[in-house]
Design a binder for this molecule. Structure first.
Ligand SMILES: NC(=O)c1ccc[n+]([C@@H]2O[C@H](COP(=O)([O-])OP(=O)(O)OC[C@H]3O[C@@H](n4cnc5c(N)ncnc54)[C@H](OP(=O)(O)O)[C@@H]3O)[C@@H](O)[C@H]2O)c1
Length: 343
């Protein structure tokens, strides 16, 4: 699921094999972060697990050890730059080095832009965008000290396309992509090409993300299908640590949406707006809630379970197919029109 990133292929991987490497993962208490920890532990890597919920991190660490990796738990709120620096120092003190850093922690506040409280909007920016900046800042000196390494930022296909009711989240994910591109340029022009910065653009993933989100929509939230397993993103992250690339999609739907957005942005924006407006909400009514935006919920669900919702899945997957087909036809028409104008 990799981006056709033909312009610049030679990027530095980790300087050592995964079974000898140390990788820090933020947002490791749940969903994709936990799946990534397991994928790395299975390969014998030392993993450093960060998030706010210590209890949940300890459960993930326990399973990593069962899988054969060493695991260190460092409860960390990524909105606190000093805490993120301490995370890096603890990781290096425990395992002597840091080879990879996965910025994965994120939250969302779902609702119309004008109805999301300012405090929540700020906090989404603080966790997703500033947390990624702090993580990258903390990682760079240690990666340099290790002779090179890889930062993987788990963004989203929403770093490239947009989705209604997710304005704060979309803005942060676009920002993460811009930040990664800029830092990559800086590393290259300052002779630090042995450090790679990668961005992952996953489609919808089967995690509790939509249950954790703050909700100001008045409705129950459901992930817009198709929904892919978190292990697929974890494998993409492992691949990037081994063979870094600028960007990698995770999930065919992400790749398709990205393509449509690049070819016919106005049309894709309309189609995706229509699709997400219809598929992001279930029939249940919900009161406003702040979800996990301000604090971790120790009792929170840590896995998805959306795969089981077969009936709805079939119905909305058909809608996705319809929207995708409609956009594809429109895209071809737009390309055709453009090439006629060019002639
Ligand atoms: N699920 C999807 O459909 C999807 C699609 C594309 C991209 N992604 C991206 O994948 C990443 C992981 O999301 P997920 O789907 O696995 O959702 P998730 O299960 O809700 O995981 C989010 C993680 O972030 C942590 N976190 C939240 N606020 C934090 C803070 N202030 N400091 C430190 N950690 C914090 C949470 O742990 P605590 O609450 O214990 O702190 C949790 O471990 C995110 O970057 C998300 O944007 C998800």
């Amino acid at each position: 699921m990799t981006h056709p990133d033909r312009g610049y292929r030679r990027r530095m991987p980790l300087t050592r094999n995964l079974d000898d490497a140390t990788v820090v993962i933020t947002g490791a208490s749940s969903g994709i972060g936990a799946a990534t920890a397991y994928a790395l532990a299975r390969r014998g890597a030392d993993v450093v697990l960060a998030a706010r919920s210590e209890e949940a991190l300890e459960r993930v660490a326990e399973h990593c050890r069962e899988l054969g990796g060493r695991a260190l738990v460092v409860p960390t709120d990524v909105t606190d730059p000093a805490a993120v620096e301490r995370l890096a120092a603890r990781a290096a003190a425990e395992f002597d080095r840091i080879d990879g850093w996965v910025n994965n922690a994120a939250v969302s506040a779902v609702g119309l832009f004008d109805e999301i409280p300012v405090a929540e909007f700020r906090r989404v920016v603080a966790v997703n965008l500033l947390g990624t900046a702090y993580g990258t800042k903390a990682a760079l000196p240690w990666l340099a000290a290790a002779g090179g390494g890889v930062v993987v930022n788990n963004a989203s296909v929403l770093a490239e396309v947009a989705m209604p009711y997710q304005s704060a989240y979309n803005a942060t994910k676009h920002g993460i992509r811009g930040l990664a591109d800029t830092v990559r340029q800086e590393l290259r022009v300052t002779g630090r090409g042995n450090i790679s910065i990668c961005t992952v653009l996953p489609a919808t993933i089967d995690t509790p993300f939509f249950r954790h989100a703050a909700n100001h929509s008045g409705h129950e939230l459901t992930p817009p299908p198709p929904v892919y397993p978190p292990e697929m993103v974890a494998e993409t992250i492992v691949r990037l640590l081994r063979r870094p690339r600028r960007e990698a999609y995770a999930g065919g739907a992400a790749r398709l949406l990205g393509l449509q957005w690049r070819l016919a942005p106005a049309l894709a924006e309309r189609a995706l707006g229509w699709y997400a407006h219809r598929t992001q909400f279930g029939p249940g009514v919900r009161l406003d809630s702040t979800g996990n935006v301000f604090r971790a919920d120790a009792e929170a669900e840590r896995s998805g379970g959306w795969h089981g919702r077969r009936r709805q899945l079939v119905r909305v997957t058909a809608a996705f197919g319809l929207a995708a087909a409609g956009t594809a036809v429109g895209t071809l028409a737009a390309m055709n029109r453009r090439s006629r104008l060019d002639r």
